[in-house]
Design a protein around this ligand. Sequence first.
Ligand code: GLC
Length: 818
Amino acid sequence: MEDKILNTELLINKLLEEEEEFHHVNNPAADIKPVIKKYLGVPNHAEQLGNKIYFTDGDAKVEVVVVTDEIIRVRLAPHGVFLDEFSYAVPKLVHKDAAFILLENESEYIVSSRVVNCHIRKKDFFISFSDKKNHITSADAVPMHWEENVKFGGYYVFCTKTCATEESFFGLGDKPTELNLRGKRLKNWNTDAYSFAWNQDPLYRSIPFYISLNDNIAHGIFFDNTFKAQFDFGAEDKTKTSFWADGGELQYYYIHGPHMMDVVKSYHILTGTHPMPPLWALGYHQCRWSYYPEAKVRKITTGFRENKIPCDGIYLDIDYMDGYRCFTWNRKYFPDPKKMISELAAEGFKTVVIIDPGIRVDDNYSVFKEGKANRYFCRRSDDYFMEGHVWPGRCQFPDFTNPEVRTWWGGLFDELVEMGVAGVWNDMNEPAVFGAGTFPDDVRHQYDGFRGSHRKAHNVYGMQMVRATYEGLRTIMKNKRPFTITRAGYSGVQRYSSVWTGDNVASWEHLQLGNIQCQRLSVSGIPFCGTDIGGFSGEPDGELFTRWIQMGTFSPFMRAHSAGDTKEREPWSFGEPYTAINRKFIELRYRLIPYLYSTFWEHHRYGFPILRPIVMQEQDVLLNHFRQDEFTYGDKILICPVMQPGQTSRKVYLPKGKWYNFWTNEMADGGQETMVATPLETIPIFIKAGSVIPEYPVMQYIGEKEIEEVKLNIYYSDYEVNSFLFEDYGETFAYEQDIYLEKKFVVNGDNKKLTIQQSMEGLYTPRYEGYHFNLLGLPFKPGKIVADGKEITSFTTGKDKVTEFKFSKNFKHIEIYK
Ligand code: GLC
């Protein structure tokens, strides 16, 4: 027994060695010793301990846990010892009433939940998963395997599964490549990638989660490993899908579908959803590197109001600081920031400021002094500080994986919040270092008590920075929702922040890439995302900028941004006809705010993505696995951006069902392709029949006008369709105490009658009294309207066949008769 304990300790030390002993980086033995891959052999023992089931093969051990009916976690310990459970991505493993049984027959062990079976084959330790119809959805192609890492200690860990002929792959964050990842090999290692190119890999974020779709059945794999990791989707061998990492544990979650949407929703059960954003953050944001001095900022904000182009967010990039020192102000450019911010706020602008992780080495700078005195900055393995050059020159970097450092960092926002800053932009947090790229491998991290090197902490560094920012702001702002945006991230970053896709380029190719990246981020658990509209580097012409604004109108996060060495880049910078079109689309963004906000709620509460690739509408249509330029905004509005110069029409695929052309209200049958004209003034937008699309009046900024009524655009359908409207204060966390209203509308019709029903949940009472109903596409001219038993006599039907009337926001049942 004692021997066993001793052995276990030795093994743990050995595993930890990987984190502790970095002096061996140049161990010459590493280059001489042949590395041997070891594979799981034969499971000769199965044992259930609580909700965990262990299968042993001599030394190696595999742990299987049924997390929910649909999620099963698999872990491998090559020498039988598992490290303590800890994950930045999965803060709490919620075992949602996950009943299971362990079965055994001649050839396999089966761990069986109510929905999934996990099979462990006796002859060779192959692991596979099947549904209750015994349909195998995922299967090992070779047993899980590992290699000792003689340089660092620990193991390289590998998992290889079979890849079917028509299997498609989605997810994995912001990879700038085709939406379907089949045939690709990709790496996760957060990287500052200025002016990145199509197929460049890796970029800023690491999201080790993918969705496989084969034969109309989807499943997901979440490989929760923060080390440098790789994924191969049939690239090296088209019959195999592999994922592996340079260290850490082989630990993955199998997530059952059968629909892609089920997989994404379950992934959110593990990693959490985005909190509700402040309503203003769904408006338009204007950014540039940099707007300074103050007079320039005011010129821009005045420009918005004079041009009558709505805008809520105005950004200050690094030049607002004193010598790029975070949490300071350049008083020459901004003599009285508090006054400026409050005057901007009076005009409806929320000020967002940038913050970088590099803290200037300067003994006269309080942030540096505090960090130094408290040992908050990262150190190398020899205990010397990690130093590198970034914007301020020589810098040291807080160890955001240390909870004490996060609390300190969060507190530093006190003064900025007091000055009225409404949001914080977290940049350069891959972390980026000029010249070196990033930190050396041997930098030490506290890792919330699970100490480790930069090899382990690199991919979570940015996420922990924005977490520190978000949590700090949340404490300081009390019940007000903070707004944060980050460049780097790891799975779960959505609990703390929105993201943008980094330093893109003003090119048509990047418009296409941005479209794919936002869709991909959305299905990878990052709903609040957007691109630098117009392209960060380079010069867009008016047409490209306008086409980007049109697409960006339907990005969950909508911000124009540009590098300092480019020409002015505001929505009016290109003159007419561009200004008017940009205005029209930004106005449309504001009209649809209640729809976007409701979709956000569906994400927050239920785990739905906001943007949905067309394949999520109809995963059974194989062609849709490759159609990558159309998406739905929520599930009701189909967007087909225009992404070629001079394009006057484009092919649009309408998924099955009926769709209304948003511009003409004409109805078209889905399940087919159709050509749609694309003059510069429009992009193809279609609304699903049966939808209720709530609309606000155009405002120059959120809250400019009291909402007197909400317009409900109701698109006739002859089959039943549900829609949602979410309402609350828009800026507090009262929704966490059920102070919100979730309204559900059900629309159904035939050629004589249309029925609209409403039900509600929650405790919020909106201030407006009534709805303005806008009925579109009715196949008959209404003769009689009855609302909650009362006849409505004042309704009109215009030449455009749109019927309008008003009624109480509390209605339950309305019938419109021929
Ligand atoms: C980085 C950011 C960019 C920002 C610039 C200056 O390149 O990605 O958005 O404007 O730094 O802070």
